[in-house]
Design a binder for this molecule. Sequence first.
Ligand code: OAD
Length: 263
Amino acid sequence: MSSRRTPYNARMHPVVHNQLDEAIDQAVPILQRAHYVGVLTGAGVSAESGIATFRGSGGLWEGQRVEDVATPQAFRRDPGLVWRFYNQRRASLRTSQPNPGHHALYRLEARLGSDRFALITQNVDGLHRAAGSRHVLELHGSLARVRCQECGEVKYRPANEDLPPLPRCDRCSDLLRPDIVWFEEALPEDVWTEAADCAARSDVFLVVGTSAVVYPAARLVPIAKAAGAVIIEVNLAPTEASYWVDIGLYGPSGEVLPKLIAL
Ligand code: OAD
């Protein structure tokens, strides 16, 4: 597998939009030759499905302090407030469908086979699975699952199901929480270990729609790079990950991914 070893630093050499087609032409043969493709996605891949991203104007964290709704302390202090936030996010999924970016990633897996592909996502919206993707590693949990804070039982509760303001466990009656990884919590160890293995096995690693500021997820990019992968970034603009990037494809993922994967 050929690899351009010099890290592409987009902050020093900004990519302008009219170079996008040229960059896609450069990326396509590299992707076609890949034996194993890893993908890390973030909220941006679902933006064209109408789901808000976290950072920046209009982002979920703009009108909401992380400390109030997405930490274990917040849940201990005011579980009703935390559940209101997550029930609103569950409700917003009812009208959301996978967009052409999710579908393109499904087609890439279908072409390569699931044993040569891993879709590692920070998203909790379930849209990759809804698009048909199978080898999906959800680093930050899922809005479609609840977990008992006492007995630990995890249950599938799809977003189209209304939950009470303070849902309780069928088994032990204690309070349920969203099965989401909050700030200050560790990622599920088995999921993280598999994600890091897949990143290290990749000869092409796509970084799609993430600001790459949340760790350890963002560490997957240097892990893949150190193992020799060509790093391709798809985003509206360069990010914290761009330091590691070989090819930057700067445009909406719902437009860029179908072009990259169709060719
Ligand atoms: P962010 O909101 O931090 O970043 C979204 C990224 O998507 C930005 O880099 C945007 O430029 C990009 N973007 C927006 N629209 C796009 C589009 N149509 N096509 C391509 N890119 C687009 O979201 P994440 O990086 O996912 O964690 O955030 C990481 C984690 O921080 C989340 O999983 C969440 C959050 O706090 C937890 O809740 C634990």
